[in-house]
Every structure is written in C-alpha cells, then in structure tokens.
Design a protein around this ligand. Sequence first.
Ligand code: 5IU
Length: 263
Amino acid sequence: QLPSSKPEIVETKHLSMSIRERFQMILKEKKTNLCLSADLPSLDEIIELSKQIGPNICMLKIHCDILNDFSMEKILQLKEISRKFNFLLLEDRKFADIGNTVKSQYTKGLFQISQWADLVTVHILPGEGIVEALEQAAQSINEPRGCLLIAQMSSKGALTDNEDYVKGAVQCAKKYSNFVIGFISQSRLTTDNQFLHCTPGIHLNNTGDQLGQQYVTPRQAIDGRGADILIVGRAILDSINRVKTAEEYQEEGYRVYEQLRHV
Ligand code: 5IU
C-alpha cells in the first residue's frame, strides 16, 4: 500500500467496527494500554504533542472545557490525527445531570462533543437514564460512539467508595453494554471481560498531589487494582522528555498487562 492511502484505510475500517472492537484491536496492534491525560490549556499544544506521542498511546483523554483556544476546526484536526495514529479520543466530560440535559450537553453548545469524541466519561450518580440519553443521542452520529462509566474515583475521600454504588454501575453497564464499553475504576469490578477497566491516578515517582489525588504505580494499578488501561497525566506532562516518559509508561504498562491478562 502507498503510505498516503493509510489514513483512509484506518478511517474505513474503524467505521465498520464497534468502539469496543476497535479499542481491543488498538491494544493488540499497537501494544499499548497507555492513555495520555492531556490536561493542557492549549489545543494547539495537544495537537503537536499527539503527533509525537500518537504511536505510544491507545487513547488520548482531554477536558475540552479547560482549553483556551478551542475551535471545531482544531478539534476536528485532532480527530484526524487520532485516526491516523489509531488511538481513541476520550472527552473526560464527567456527565452528571438528568438524561434530557446531558443529551444537549453532549450534542450542542460550543463543544458539540458527540461530533468528535469516540468516548465520554459519565457519572452513574443520576441513575441509568443518563446512559440511556447519551446512547440515544449518539444514534444520530454516523460513527461508533461509547462511554466509560465512572464507578470509582482516585481522589481521597471519594463518596463513590461504596459497594452499592459500584454494584449499580456494573448493573447499568451490563444493561447498556452496547454503549458502555468499560469503567473508570480503582479495582476490578466484574469478571465480564468485555468491560475495560481504565484507571487514573498513576505515577511512578509521586504518591499524590496537594489536592487529594492519590497515585499508584502502573504495576500496582494492573496487578493490585485490575486495570486494563492506565490513564497518566502529569507523570508524563511534567517530565523533561514527554515522549521518552510516555514510552516508559507504555513499556512498563503493556509488559505487566501481557503478563497478567495473558493477552
Ligand atoms: N481523573 C482522576 N481520577 C478520577 C477520575 C478522573 O485523576 O477518579 I473519574 C482524571 C483527572 C485528570 C487525570 O484529568 O485523570 C489524572 O491526571 P494526573 O495523572 O495528572 O493526576
């Protein structure tokens, strides 16, 4: 194949696959379970960084509402890069309102999240209506869409740390398993391996920050906490060489993942 035709092939291929299938394929093909949490204020900078780190990640997580230079044009550029380098784009929106409201938050406004985010994060706090609404809204999009349910949080004193809460999240995920492809979690919540467990709060050198964040190492996250996907932010962003550090987290993460999950 000519190199120039490659992005087009990825583009066609991803359209015929569910998000879950695509995620699994990316993990295996690229040998990475690293999600970069690109919590930066500039979308231009995220775009540049994603071109360098694209080969090392399975997913890029952003917060569109912290960007000072958001535009649809730029975010669609980022989407194109995600197709080219074959990683998923996760908007960490943490939807938490009633179904009718989140539907609008997902599809309308300045950000029009549903147009570009493969995945979004969703709190289960309001009950399953929130997931039903997002799934409905996603049906009008011509591409596969999904979400990650926030079942547990990494921050100190999180009120999600409750058995019934987690049980509710798992029940909801099973009921809406076409749209819910996994969890944001701090432990293995179900033996049903169709659900990917994505774990934030990862750092090789620090144990936390001054505002309640709590860190574990990649090994502790995968081995002790049952993570499939490592969500890493400042450990990479604040390092002297972001690409080299991303490579280190990719290597360590995938090595432990392969050993323990026998992929
Ligand atoms: N994040 C957490 N913990 C959680 C959830 C989300 O840290 O429980 I839900 C987000 C917040 C931030 C990223 O965007 O993951 C972690 O960033 P650092 O690796 O820089 O701490």
